[in-house]
Write a protein that binds this ligand. Structure first.
Ligand SMILES: CC(C)(COP(=O)(O)OP(=O)(O)OC[C@H]1O[C@@H](n2cnc3c(N)ncnc32)[C@H](O)[C@@H]1O)[C@@H](O)C(=O)NCCC(=O)NCCS
Ligand SMILES: Nc1ncnc2c1ncn2[C@@H]1O[C@H](COP(=O)(O)OP(=O)(O)OP(=O)(O)O)[C@@H](O)[C@H]1O
Length: 198
């Protein structure tokens, strides 16, 4: 056995997961970013463009997937979202396996998986860390994003396992409701604890 620890990092929309992933990388922890994998697969020359165009005509172009258009086609539409997931998720799983092979020697690695509790993906994880903040902070952060509307935010929230349930199921909760420094401190503490644990 290598003794390597694999930790899942998750959290609902706008909770600060990407920010925490950046803090982990700053500490030298390799982080697999499922969202970045999706962007690569859907970007210019992305491997999934032909399949997505066939399933959702008019949603791709030279720049890759038009995320506004594809989002409008799937968020709030169960069958369409399931169809898109059937195209995207197996390809992401392949990229995750490749990442694991490339980082076989790291004592601690993190899988940043936005939909860990929604779609599964616990297999092979030693622990799960949930990034969380008060609902009001989440709402303000998300609604400040370009292209976001209250309607879209609420549709996405309805698709996600509630924050309270994520917190209850997690091994670690990282609170992003206070300052970035406070969050950085929590992240460093968790990394230390995991690297020490046998
Ligand atoms: C439809 C797409 C193109 C819209 O892109 P857009 O940039 O507008 O939104 P983004 O990806 O940032 O998602 C916004 C929020 O919705 C959530 N969300 C995305 N996909 C899903 C889903 N399948 N189920 C529930 N929530 C989802 C994200 O976690 C995030 O909190 C994109 O979300 C997509 O391809 N989704 C399907 C693939 C998938 O499941 N990705 C999630 C990570 S593996
Ligand atoms: N203490 C904190 N920890 C983390 N993020 C914070 C904190 N305070 C403020 N923020 C801000 O909150 C925002 C969180 O956005 P981020 O992209 O990290 O969220 P996310 O959970 O990855 O979102 P999504 O799931 O929608 O992709 C950032 O703009 C970040 O600067």
């Amino acid at each position: 056995m290598s003794g390597q620890k694999i930790v899942g990092l998750t959290g609902s929309i706008g909770m600060g997961k990407s920010t925490v992933a950046g803090m982990l990388r700053d500490l030298g922890v390799p982080v697999f970013d499922a969202d970045a994998a999706v962007h690569e697969l859907q970007g210019p020359d992305g491997a999934l463009l032909p399949d997505i165009e066939a399933a959702f005509p008019g949603t791709t172009g030279p720049e890759g997937v038009d995320r506004q258009k594809l989002g409008a086609a799937v968020f709030g539409h169960t069958a369409e979202l399931a169809r898109l997931e059937g195209i995207v998720h197996p390809a992401v799983a392949d990229m995750r396996r490749a990442f694991l092979r490339e980082n076989a020697d790291a004592p601690l690695i993190v899988f940043d998986i936005p939909l860990l509790y929604e779609k599964g993906g616990h297999e092979g994880l030693d622990a799960v860390a949930v990034v969380s903040a008060p609902a009001q902070a989440q709402r303000e952060r998300v609604l400040a994003r370009p292209g976001m509307t209250v309607e879209k935010f609420e549709r996405i929230l309805a698709l996600q396992v509630p924050d309270a349930e994520k917190r209850a199921r997690a091994d670690f909760v990282i609170d992003t409701g206070a300052s970035l420094e406070e969050t950085r401190h929590q992240v460093a503490g968790i990394v230390k604890a995991l690297e020490r644990a046998e």
